[in-house]
Design a protein around this ligand. Structure first.
Ligand SMILES: [Zn+2]
Length: 124
């Protein structure tokens, strides 16, 4: 199935995502397709396969949450750049800031508050 080869990556040079996280969905879909092809399958088998297929997205979401995908997809709250586009992302409560935005902020503060703003803030 060609789609399976593409799933799990973000383009040819993109980061590899947690392909194994999709296995619950793959298994439940394959089971559903097998039951649909089985002329002897009864209503109970259809219902069970549908229940498993319906539960699969939550299992995938749990697996992705536990993987490093969050670090790969993390982005600066201010400029939106991804972690791979910057040297460092600094986490705060509910926000991330990149080194480039911090540098811009330092330049703005230097311009607006004069170059001694850090010392004055520390001693205040
Ligand atoms: Zn930024």
């Amino acid at each position: 199935m060609p789609a399976r080869g593409r799933r799990g990556s973000c383009g040819a040079n993109g980061p590899r995502l947690a392909i194994s996280a999709w296995q619950p969905f793959d298994r439940s879909l394959e089971t559903m397709l097998a039951i649909l092809d089985d002329p002897g399958a009864d209503l109970r088998a259809y219902a069970t396969a549908l229940d498993r297929l319906a539960d699969a997205p939550e299992a995938v979401a749990d697996a992705l949450h536990d993987s490093d995908i969050n670090a790969v997809l993390a982005s600066c709250t201010f400029c939106g750049k991804r972690s791979r586009q910057v040297r460092r992302l600094i986490a705060g409560p509910e926000v991330l800031t990149c080194d480039q935005c911090v540098s811009t902020c330092v330049t703005v503060l230097d311009d607006e508050l004069s170059s001694g703003w850090r010392e004055r803030h520390d001693s205040a």
